[in-house]
Structures are given as C-alpha cells and as structure tokens.
Design a protein around this ligand. Structure first.
Ligand code: DAH
Length: 381
C-alpha cells in the first residue's frame, strides 16, 4: 500500500518561469507600442493574447502546477496578462483617436469651393426675339399663326398674286423640292403652280390663315424661310421673318401705320416710330417699304451732335421690312369677300431686326451654334 506522495517534487514547466513570463510580457508590450494603426494592433492582440500566445499557454499551465507553485505562477502570469491587457486598451484608445483625427483631415469638405454646376443652357436669341415680337402682338389681342416650311408653291406664290410668270418671282431665289407630295398644291385654282418649295417668305401663312378662318383675322407669324442666297455676313440661305395680317371691315393703311409704330416703340423704345416709302409687292396694293427711326440717334443720323451714328450709318432710318394693304386679288384667292373686308399685311426679317437691335456685325453668329454667343442673350426675355 502506498502512502501519500509527500515528497513529490514538481518541476515547474518552462512557460511559467519568471524569465519566460517577463520575456513574453515585454515582447507583447513592445509590439503594442510599435503598432502604428488599428489593423496592426489587432494583429498584435491575436499574437500576444490569443490562444497560442505564450502568456495564454502559461496561463493554461497554471492549473497543472502543484498547489504550492500555483499561487506564485498565477500571480506572475496574471500580472503580466493584466499589463498587456491595459497596454492594449491604452494603445487602442490612442490609435482610435488618431484614426478619427486623420479622417477629419482627409475627408474634410471645403464647403466654400465652387460646385461642379452643370452649365445651364440658354434659349437662342432668335427664339426669345421671336417670342418678344409675338408677345407685343398678343398684347394687342392678336393670335400667333404657324405654317410648314415645306410649302405648296401655290400658297407661297400663286395665292399671293405671284403667278408663274410674275416677274417678282425671280426676286425670291427659290429652293424647289422634288414634288413627291402635291397634296398642298391645287391644280384647279388658276391652273397654277403645283410644285413644292421651301417657303421663301412667311407670307403663305397669310393665305393659310384666310383659307382656314373667317375674318376678323389678326395674326402674327414668325418663322423660318429659305432662299438660295450665299452664306455671308449679311445673307443666309435660311433666315427668319415675321408676318403680320389683319383682315376686318374698314381696315385702312392708317391702321397699318399705327400698328407698326406701336410695334417699333414696343420693340425699340419711346420715340422710335416708322416711315413708309412707296414700293411694290404683288400681294399688297398700295405697298410700302417700312423704315424704322434709328433707335440710337432717333433720326438725327449723328450722335453727340457730331459723330456719324454707326447703327443707321448716318441715315437716321433703318430699312425694316415691307407692308401694304392686302391686294383684293389675294383676299379673293383665299376665299375672303373682298367687297366686305379689307386688310393690311407686313413682313420683317427677324435676324436683321436682332442684328441692329443688338449691334451684331455678322449674321452668321446667329446660326453657328456657339453657346458663348447664345448664353450672352440667355437671360433676355
Ligand atoms: N414677303 C415679303 C418678302 O419676303 C415681305 C412682305 C412685304 C410681307 C409686304 C408682307 C407685305 O406681308 O405686305 O420680301
């Protein structure tokens, strides 16, 4: 029978020896101090406090020690682990604070910097100019009318008293199209033109309006027109006109003059009126060229008493368009009772109007699509 093993002499395992524990503690503390960021510290934590870390192994050995050795070893390992734990917590706090400070700097937003604004487009001066003109007439109770740019020859010419042999047809160098669709043309009226053209003027809108509605008629029709012109500083094969037509009982040339004077004043300012010069248009009788009193020198031809006015080149007046009393032949061709009604009509170039209103030297600026040009007009309404 064996007695208690009283002379059992336990051999403390290496892991719990004071030098081993101190070395493991010091290695851990050094690694913690050297950790430069939170990821680094996480790695250090696993290495020095994880399951396979020397201090964890030492901790596990304690239970296997004889009772008399347990207390010392327990205190030693416990102190070391405690120090490492504190060092880890302190370093974590420092690194977290550094991280937060770095984010504050790196992700700083300077709210005073200009933003990447999408450039806003601007409406084209021809659009705003056409609307300005239309508004002046709408304010007088007129309506805005429209017609197609591909137009029946008959409406562009014949209905407006410009028969096939009329010499004035050559005044308007016409783009003819392959007349695939002749539905707009009318063979039975005057046996006249059945071709299809790019409209050379906005005047066919007069014919369209009279054919589709009964007087009283008060319409204004801005739009695109085409002629086989060279493209240069003052000509373009595509340009814009505004047509006006009033048909009612008792309309006279005086109404025409008053209307155009009002138009001029609204468009160019107080004191700017018009004058008429005798002229010829097939669709009006009598006809006149309309001149606008120069809105810069107000007719004087000179500015500051001496310098030649650059806008009207010293003339005092600027050619603006054509007008007249609607030829009864046009009323009749368009189904209006010429015994009962009379009318007046006028037509102006919109591009030309904008050129002298804004002092543009080159018509092409209006058509070349450079947004630096249109933006400059973008806020004008
Ligand atoms: N359509 C003419 C042209 O293009 C302008 C014009 C003149 C229109 C007299 C009219 C008018 O309505 O009465 O030259």
């Amino acid at each position: 029978m064996s007695g208690p093993n009283s002379d059992y002499d336990p051999v403390e395992v290496a892991a719990v020896q004071p030098e081993e524990v101190d070395a493991a503690r010091d290695a851990a503390l050094a690694a913690i101090a050297a950790a430069t960021d939170l990821d680094d510290l996480k790695r250090v934590r696993i290495e020095h406090t994880g399951d396979r870390a020397p201090l964890s192994l030492a901790n596990r050995e304690i239970g296997a020690l004889p009772p008399q050795a347990r207390k010392d070893a327990g205190q030693r390992v416990g102190r070391a682990r405690g120090l490492v734990g504190q060092a880890l917590a302190a370093r974590q706090e420092v690194l977290e604070a550094e991280h937060a400070a770095r984010i504050l700097v790196e992700e700083t937003v300077d709210v005073t910097l200009p933003t990447d604004r999408l450039p806003l487009g601007a409406r084209h001066p021809i659009t705003t100019g056409s609307e300005l003109i239309a508004d002046i007439f709408v304010a007088m109770g007129w309506e805005v009318a429209e017609g197609p740019v591909i137009e029946a020859e008959w409406l562009n010419f014949d209905a407006l008293n410009l028969g096939p042999d009329h010499p004035a047809r050559t005044m308007q160098d016409t783009f003819w199209t392959a007349a695939a669709d002749r539905s707009g043309a009318s063979d039975d009226v005057h046996g006249a033109g059945t071709g299809v053209v790019l409209r050379t003027q906005t005047s066919p809108v007069q014919a369209r309006t009279m054919l589709s509605q009964e007087p009283p008629i008060y319409v204004v029709a801005p739009g695109r027109v085409f002629r086989t012109d060279e493209y240069d500083a003052t000509h373009s094969p595509m340009f814009h006109q505004v047509e006006g037509l009033a048909v009612d009982e008792g309309i006279t040339m005086a109404h025409l003059k008053g209307t155009l004077d009002h138009f001029a004043t609204q468009m160019f300012g107080e004191g700017v009126t018009t004058r008429f010069r005798p002229s010829y248009f097939p669709f009006t009788e009598p006809s006149a060229e309309v001149d606008l009193k120069c809105f810069v020198c107000l007719g004087a031809g000179r500015v500051d008493g001496t310098n030649l006015c650059r806008t009207c080149k010293g003339e005092g007046w600027i050619e603006w368009g054509g007008c007249g009393v609607v030829n009864p032949r046009v009323l009749t061709a368009c189904g209006v009772d010429a015994e009962r009604y009379t009318g007046f009509a006028f037509g102006m170039g919109i591009d030309r109007t904008l050129m002298f209103r804004h002092g543009l030297a080159d018509l092409r600026a209006l058509f070349e699509g450079d947004i630096r040009f249109s933006t400059a007009f973008g806020t004008e309404l």
